[in-house]
Write a protein that binds this ligand. Sequence first.
Ligand code: PLP
Length: 372
Amino acid sequence: MSERSPVSYPTHPRPEVLTLSPYIPGKPADEVKRELGLERVVKLASNENPLGPSPRAMKAIEEMAASAHIYPDAAGFHLKTRLSRVYGIPTSQIVLGNGSDEVIMLLGQAFVRPGDEVVMGAQTFPVYKTSTLLMGGKPVEVPLKDGFLDLEAMASAIGPRTKLLFLCNPNNPTGTMTRKAEVHRLVEAVPSHVLVISDEAYAEYVGDEDYGTLLPHLREGKNVAVLRTFSKIYGLAGLRVGYGLMPEYAAALLDRVRLSFNQNALAQAAATAALDDREHIHQSVQVVEEGKAYLYREYAAMGLKAYPTWGNFIMLDTGKDCQAVFRALLGRGVIVRPTSAWGLHTCLRITIGTGEENEVLVAALKEALREV
Ligand SMILES: Cc1ncc(COP(=O)(O)O)c(C=O)c1O
């Protein structure tokens, strides 16, 4: 809903709410099947794991189902304890969220006052902007350099009213990675009143030694936070489990803001079990690596520019109106994400699927580009 909307409000909303646009999620496969009368639909729009959840997670859900009448553990003891061991970070520095989306919203609620500034990429994960606008803050959107976040420009965009700075690494929707040296320079340059947040939703897919995760900087005691999720490689997007690793003072503040039972019991149990399933993670990485190689070959053969990716999705420049290509693909039962909401009017963000799904996509894309 925009400020220009003709709707009248018997009860007046906060003006900040009118600055928000509803989030447009990837179209659900069932909806497309119903609308177009299709039997088979391939969804490559939300960067989910095509292999599904870890079998260990499914077993944990079954076992926990009989206790669904009991409130979940508000402190998330088991999951936090496991995460603490995995990262070598005390549980007092971990915040669990209803997806990492919620942790982003909590950061805004805990830190951003009207007029405060939050620095982020101009084409990046949209929830950083939502959490800023909702609190009356000002998003400072820094242009990317050929699809890569420009950390020098982001550091220069910091002013006295800056509270938060969001890196998205790898960046959604471009798939690009920020390297260690750049991240190091940024952390050194940022004044201590700014909390630097690295959203690392796709970290497990990166496989690059030069990956600039903020984890070492957090361990060193810097004013930085790392966000991770079970929605991507762990295949648990439907359960909504994410978390933030941050300095103790920040975790304690977020704990005041969050709802006590923000993470349900099945989700906590599934996530705890999924963390240990190395085989599932290994297979998931393999599917993406094979798919990536195949898709880059096919896109190059079609003469299309595909951005380099370190995630489980590729941003593809079709050279045509991406909404038209999106609709042409939809008619063929393939759901992708057009990037027009980011001001990129010829690109699509396409999740890497199974081998078979990728083949369906390529065949449909060839037809769609002939049609549009
Ligand atoms: C960069 C990034 N951060 C966060 C999220 C949200 O993840 P979650 O499902 O944990 O809320 C996504 C989901 O697409 C994402 O791409």
